[in-house]
Every structure is written in C-alpha cells, then in structure tokens.
Design a protein around this ligand. Structure first.
Ligand code: ZN
Length: 68
C-alpha cells in the first residue's frame, strides 16, 4: 500500500522523465493518468476516458522502490 504523497512524488518523477509513465489501462496512448485519492486509497484517473486505476500491491512495491 502506498500513500497519496508517495504517488504524487512518483508523478513528479514521471514529469521529470525520471520514472516510467503508468499508462491508462484502457488505452496506453491516452494522456498519462493523474493522481487522486478516493476513500483514502491512492488511485490514478485517466481524464480522457474516465478510467480509474487503483494502485495494486505490485505497482505499489515498484513505486516505492523507484521513489526510494
Ligand atoms: Zn484512458
């Protein structure tokens, strides 16, 4: 599990091209999803198709490894 702060840190690294984009699960060619929090759960939201992606354990582990 990660916090919204950790997800925001990761997204800043993505903006600086220091971490890979987590793409929209519906269409990887969509704009990179934005971070938001729903019911205390960090998630990503694709503004183009309104798809919401919760951060699973595998992605959380990867994100925490990258942000150190
Ligand atoms: Zn999308």
């Amino acid at each position: 599990m990660i916090t919204i702060q950790q997800l925001h840190t990761y997204m800043e690294l993505v903006d600086m091209r220091m971490a890979p984009v987590i793409p929209c699960t519906l269409n990887p060619e969509h704009m990179p999803p934005v971070a938001f929090e729903k019911d205390g759960q960090p998630a990503l939201w694709c503004l183009e198709c309104d798809t919401k992606l919760f951060i699973g354990e595998r992605k959380a582990t990867l994100i925490k490894k990258i942000i150190g």
